[in-house]
Design a protein around this ligand. Structure first.
Ligand SMILES: [Fe+2]
Length: 475
């Protein structure tokens, strides 16, 4: 069937990928404009967690108070009970330690050095009093400065401020896009993107609803053509999780060949299934911003569709790629956990590590394969990556004997080069998503980052253990 279609028969390029792609995306423009400092809060008399602000604060400002930390470095003599005595003081004075590490003192063979981060602002009078007491009980106590790390969102509402694109969709089309010379198509995309650009999820536990799109007849026809082709291949080649969730999506989120599902319905479904939610986006994001969203179990999704004249080709992610390729997998809790691990590892990481993580994302979330036991106990190859599940050409190719299939190993995969305009020559196959996640966690230990993070799903915040200062967002 593939030969019947001209050009590349691909699902879509990933939203993130090579350095060349990132440069191209950067050229197209990103909008990571800082939020306006809307509220001038009075300086509190204390600066640590559980403080009740006297005035209404923006989420960013609240975060600043919540995560103020101080780092101290001091020496303690190597004798029984000496360290315990010092550590007990933190509790006595009401300060929570968030990180502690020790090393042999280079200056005193009878002593150890300890570096401790604790909740509290160095400028707070309560903290400075405590530091004076601590200084008397230890040797050579020093207060260390903050470690600056690249920008990352700390609260889920940060995406309302930092991830809107600056250029409108009409300007974003490349000259090789099938809709490049079609003014009606470009206007249609711009109209759909307008609502996406204005979208704000808000700060509530349930995000604001996503505006519905009334799809045109030719758009639904393009969706239906892609949908019907893929449904022929899914039973043989899609992993069981994708197939199971697709059935649920058909039942509960409007999936079928005769209508394009609404992103809002899909997002509601995902929240119940795995805690993921969708946000509309107008186009391509930087790898850093896209991966960061995964840490919050948020998936950025386009709502526009490929040019109806070529339903089996798109040079970029569109609604077919997002809803048929990604969504069935994000509905699986193990896969959702796996994706979130990649996202968490990206927060505050260096550019080089972002590229390594983006490459892991490419070979897993976009083009990952896995092995499943069939009814005879034989392990057979299946697809779980969105680039395979949303493109019948790629799906047929990855199951053929043409590409090389290697065991999933993030340490190896992160160094593997890959093409973005042809079918993949190399795929990685995981034994299971739980196993893929464990290997990803091992891989994240190789990320060089001066702090650890976790996502608090109740407060919808990223919590970190060290006294770090987050740099302003880059353009
Ligand atoms: Fe994708």
């Amino acid at each position: 069937m593939a030969a019947a279609f001209s050009g590349r028969v691909l699902g879509a390029r990933s939203r993130i990928g090579t350095a060349a792609q990132l440069r191209a995306w950067a050229r197209r423009g990103r909008a990571m404009t800082p939020a306006s400092p809307a509220v001038a809060a009075s300086t509190p008399s204390h600066g640590y967690a559980n403080a009740t602000p006297a005035v209404h604060l923006t989420p960013d400002k609240e975060l600043e108070f919540e995560q103020d930390k101080t780092t101290v470095l001091f020496r303690v003599l190597d004798e029984p009970g000496a360290l315990n005595e010092v550590l007990t003081m933190f509790g006595q004075y009401g300060f929570d330690m968030t990180h502690i590490q020790s090393r042999l003192s280079k200056d005193d063979v009878d002593a150890y050095e300890f570096e401790i981060d604790f909740k509290g602002d160095e400028l707070d009078s309560k903290v400075s009093t405590f530091l004076d007491v601590l200084r008397e009980q230890t040797d050579e106590l020093r207060v260390l400065g903050k470690k600056q790390v690249p920008w990352f969102p700390r609260h889920i509402s940060d995406f309302d401020h930092f991830t809107q694109k600056t250029l409108d969709a009409d300007e974003d089309l490349e000259s090789d896009h099938p809709g490049f010379n079609d003014p009606d198509y470009r206007q249609r995309r711009a109209d759909i993107c307008k609502a996406a650009m204005a979208y704000k999820a808000g700060t509530g536990r349930v995000p604001n609803p996503i505006e519905r799109v009334e799809y045109h007849e030719d758009e639904v026809a393009a969706w239906g053509a892609v949908y019907n082709q893929l449904m022929k291949l899914y039973p043989a080649h899609a992993c069981k999780e994708a197939q199971h969730n697709l059935k649920l999506l058909q039942r509960h989120a409007g999936y079928g060949p005769d209508q394009i599902p609404q992103l809002e319905d899909v997002s509601v479904f995902l929240r119940e299934a795995s805690g993921f939610s969708c946000r509309p986006i107008t186009g391509l994001l930087s790898a850093r911003a896209f991966l960061a969203a995964l840490a919050f179990r948020v998936f950025f999704s386009t709502q526009y569709i490929r040019h109806p004249s070529q339903p089996f080709y798109t040079p970029e992610p569109d609604v077919c790629h997002e809803l048929l390729g990604h969504v069935p997998m994000f509905a699986d809790p193990d896969f959702a956990d796996f994706s979130q691990e990649i996202g968490l590892a990206s927060l505050g990481a260096s550019d080089a590590d972002i590229e390594r993580l983006a490459t892991c994302y490419w070979f897993s979330v976009e083009f990952g394969l896995c092995r499943e036991k069939d009814v005879y106990g034989q392990r057979t190859l299946k697809a779980y990556g969105a680039g395979c599940l949303s493109s019948f050409g790629e799906l047929e190719h990855c199951m053929s004997d043409k590409p090389e299939v290697r065991p999933w190993d993030p340490l190896e995969a992160c160094q593997q080069s890959y093409p973005i305009t042809t079918f993949q020559p190399v795929y990685y196959a995981a034994e299971s998503f739980a196993d893929a996640r464990e290997r990803m966690i091992d891989f994240t230990a190789t990320i060089n980052r001066p702090f650890d993070v976790r996502y608090n799903r109740h407060s919808q915040r990223i919590e970190f253990d060290r006294n770090v200062s987050v740099a302003p967002p880059r353009d």
